[in-house]
Write a protein that binds this ligand. Structure first.
Ligand code: GRF
Length: 206
């Protein structure tokens, strides 16, 4: 039997995507193990969620490091100490550097609440509403050195309704986030994702 994929999840807030991945694993539908949850902020709900499921947690405060590279060096050390094979950014509000990306090539994932390449960066749902698009959604992608520019793994589309607010649109998008993020992790765990330039090719099931 092959070893289970070891996942490190980086968070800064609520952790509902973390929860979706935990739930998929606990349901026996995702053969992987979350070996650590690391937050750059203390007292966030994501840490409570992890503790509730017996997952080791760490707070690595970005303010106690000299810069982004120094912070990522500490992150890499911590992730490696847990034997992590996939880094999952789940609402992690930090820009990562080549220090992290070089340590985990094609093994850092993020979820973004828009259909990339539309509306990268902060407040993606608000950007979509202001632009007047009729559909939006979410994107799971590998992280590269740009902001929300890495190769796309899975996207899901949701309608934008005339009476939507940022809150209602975000809630509709989050439902899809919670479906596709565990799905993307599952494809990675199964060794079915191959990066070919900008494209991620998903191998069929054997
Ligand atoms: C999600 O909307 C995700 O798309 C974005 O940050 C939010 C995190 O939510 N990257 P949660 O902490 O997983 O609930």
């Amino acid at each position: 039997m092959t070893d289970l994929l070891k996942i490190g999840v980086l968070v800064s807030g609520n952790g509902s995507n973390l929860q979706a991945i935990i739930d998929r694993i606990e349901a026996g539908a995702l053969p992987a193990q979350i070996v650590c949850v690391i937050s750059n902020k203390a007292d966030v709900f994501a840490l409570e969620r992890a503790k509730h499921h017996g997952i080791p947690t760490h707070v690595l405060d970005h303010r106690s490091h000299a810069g982004r590279e120094a912070y990522d060096t500490a992150l890499v050390e911590l992730l490696r100490s847990h034997g992590v094979g996939l880094v999952v950014l789940a609402g992690f509000m930090r820009i990562v550097t080549p220090v992290l990306l070089g340590a985990f090539p094609h093994a850092v994932m993020n979820i973004h609440p828009a259909l990339l390449p539309a509306f990268p960066g902060l407040h993606a749902q608000q950007q979509a509403l202001q632009y007047g698009v009729k559909v939006s959604g979410c994107t799971v992608h590998f992280v590269d050195e740009g902001t929300d520019t890495g190769p796309i793994i899975i996207q899901a589309v949701v309608p934008v309704l005339d009476d939507d607010t940022e809150e209602t649109l975000s809630a509709r998008i989050q439902k899809e986030e919670h479906r596709i993020y565990p799905e993307a992790v599952s494809l990675f765990a199964a060794g079915r994702l191959a990066v070919d330039g900008r494209r991620v090719v998903i191998a069929p099931t054997a």
